[in-house]
Design a protein around this ligand. Sequence first.
Ligand code: ADP
Ligand code: MG
Length: 273
Amino acid sequence: MSDPTRPTGPRIIAVANQKGGVGKTTTSINLAAALAEQGLKILLVDLDPQGNASTGVGVETSARNYSTYDLLLGEAPLTEVIQKTEIDGLWISPATVDLSSADMELVSAEKRSYLLHDALRQIDMDQFAFDYVLIDCPPSLNLLTVNAMVAAQSVLVPLQAEFFALEGLSQLMLTIREVRQNANRDLRIEGIVLTMYDVRNNLSQQVESDARATLGELVFRTMIPRNVRISEAPSFALPVLSYDSSSKGAEAYRHLARELLARHTPVKTKVAG
Ligand code: ADP
Ligand code: MG
């Protein structure tokens, strides 16, 4: 898998959308689990102070001695922060409410967008030999999300197949453009994935055709259906792939993982003006 901008090291993907409840955390957890199931070694970085991704892969609050916050501020070594989960090949940098702290703002303006970038490129990363790093972003275009976009090679955008889905996308694209201009010239859009898709709902189909008409190839062929097993899995602290391996939800995330892996060279983008 050759990436001229980064011949070695993991491929880093930020899962972002400033809207809450669109499936960022669900997609981060289950895409990570599906990639791990393919035999890849994955680091999931929980960058949301709510810590839902951490809980969702079985890391209880009491087991978060160190968190992504410590990683960002260099207050604990990477080897202490990241933990192996119960899922083979899946590691996590857990989040705690510390992440919502304003301390990051105190770092010099020049450096504060690069905290995650630098943390993920420290020498300690090499020994883990991760294939992918997935970053679960908070529901905002704040400094944390900017850190994810500066650290990443690409952004994966979950889009809920509901009314107003496309609204807010131009704001997201604007932020991506700013990050490209200021910090990460090669930042790409990995793709847009429709989530909570309901085949029986005209609205879902409408959102899909609008998204494909506007965004073209950027939209993954794979769509994640609305599936009750997906929504149940977090209360068992498991990815849906482990909770109900043959469910439609699990199959959809496996399919998404395969589609992602097949897109060795993600499309260069020309989106939203
Ligand atoms: P975000 O991280 O963008 O805020 P989440 O991934 O937490 O969104 O999803 C919001 C809610 O929707 C959660 O309760 C989650 O379990 C549920 N959910 C997400 N995707 C699906 C799906 N495909 N089918 C059913 N429920 C889903
Ligand atoms: Mg979330």
